[in-house]
Ligand binder design. Structure first.
Ligand SMILES: Nc1ncnc2c1ncn2[C@@H]1O[C@H](COP(=O)(O)OP(=O)(O)OP(=O)(O)O)[C@@H](O)[C@H]1O
Ligand code: NI
Length: 333
């Protein structure tokens, strides 16, 4: 089946004053219609850059898409005209940005803001657009009669719902949500995630959900890709990643969050820090922090190995180094 989104070998750098940040390297993502992929990683891993790449909104300069293809419904977004791209942005692909609270205009009513998006893409009278805007509000659980209220009259969680309503106003095929719940407190976060789950089922919108929070992923996603220092180091189904994690970094991510059935004193944060993106380690980018690293790991970049759709980038799974704990899956959770 043709994938809705199929990204191949995508590399994006930021280049300024002889400094080169390799923000995204050789990235592969596949997303089918109706699927939700969680893109997970620590700060600086390259998640937002990936999203901006898909929207073709990487600021240039300093950003530069160095290579790759972003195939969306069979067309490579990196080679189409800016005019065609504008037609896709917002209409076919829409994005909720990392700081959604600031993406609402304080001097316009929420109804005007939703209707505006609708009218950019559909030839509707203002009255009909407002009618549709009111339906969108209801869809995200806000009474339609609040159309004429201004953003400051809503709570944080409701503002976030408005942002989602705006993003969905044109019934996009793909919704990219960059940390959509990070700014919200935990109960509101859960409500917004529930809402996203509902909408995903109702509208069959595909979603790329960017987060550093594995809990959020577990609630919403069908598939997961783990990003480290610009690369996807492991990807698979929710089950693959949560029940049978392979990459030592993925193990580290799970070991560093508390779980109910484990003693909190056993928490083991991953040693060390993300590498300097302007000066990445040779070989495997994770090797300086990896508890299983061997000499070969500093010399050779791992390829991606695949087993039943579960992909991992680690020399232990290529048979280049020998780590029985990893190879026999004994470290699985
Ligand atoms: N405009 C820019 N100019 C130069 N470097 C940039 C720019 N934007 C991002 N970077 C660098 O690119 C790398 C990836 O950044 P990106 O924002 O994509 O990470 P992220 O995974 O979204 O992080 P976060 O979780 O903090 O949002 C980082 O090292 C960052 O410093
Ligand atoms: Ni980000």
């Amino acid at each position: 089946m043709e994938k809705l989104l199929n990204i191949k070998n995508l590399s994006i750098n930021y280049e300024a004053n002889d400094e080169k940040v390799m923000a995204v390297t050789d990235l592969e993502i596949e997303l089918a219609e109706g699927e939700t992929l969680g893109l997970v990683g620590e700060t600086g891993a390259g998640k937002t850059t990936t999203a901006l790449g898909i929207m073709r909104l990487v600021p240039n300069p300093p950003g530069k898409i160095v290579s790759g293809e972003i195939n969306f419904q069979g067309r490579n977004l990196l080679t189409i005209s800016e005019e065609d791209m504008r037609a896709i942005r917002g209409r076919q692909i829409s994005m909720i940005f990392q700081d959604p609270m600031t993406s609402l205009n304080p001097v316009l009513t929420v109804g005007d803001q939703i209707a505006e998006v609708i009218q950019i893409h559909e030839k509707l009278s203002t009255k009909d657009a407002m009618e549709k805007a009111s339906e969108m509000l209801e869809l995200v659980g806000i009474p339609g009669n609040r159309l004429n209220d201004y953003p400051h009259q809503f709570s944080g969680g409701m503002k976030q719902r408005v942002v989602i309503a705006i993003a969905l106003a044109c019934n996009p095929k793909l919704l990219i949500a960059d940390e959509p719940t990070t700014a919200l407190d935990v109960t509101i976060q859960a409500q917004v995630l529930d809402l996203m789950n509902d909408l995903k089922e109702k509208l069959r919108t595909s979603m790329l959900l960017i987060t550093h929070d594995l809990g959020v992923v577990a609630q919403v996603c069908d598939k997961v890709a783990i990003m480290y220092a610009g690369e996807i180091i492991e990807s698979g189904t929710l089950y693959d990643i949560f029940e049978k994690p392979k990459h030592p970094y993925t193990h580290g991510l799970f070991d560093s969050i508390p779980s109910l059935d484990e003693d909190v004193t056993r928490l083991k944060p991953i040693k060390g820090l993300m590498p300097d993106p302007t000066d990445l380690p040779s070989g495997c980018r994770f090797h300086p922090r990896c508890p299983y690293a061997q000499e070969e790991c500093s010399k050779r970049s791992p390829r991606t190995t695949i087993e039943n759709g579960h992909k991992v980038k680690c020399l232990a799974y290529e048979g280049v180094i020998n780590v029985p704990e990893l190879q026999e899956g004994r470290n699985g959770r």
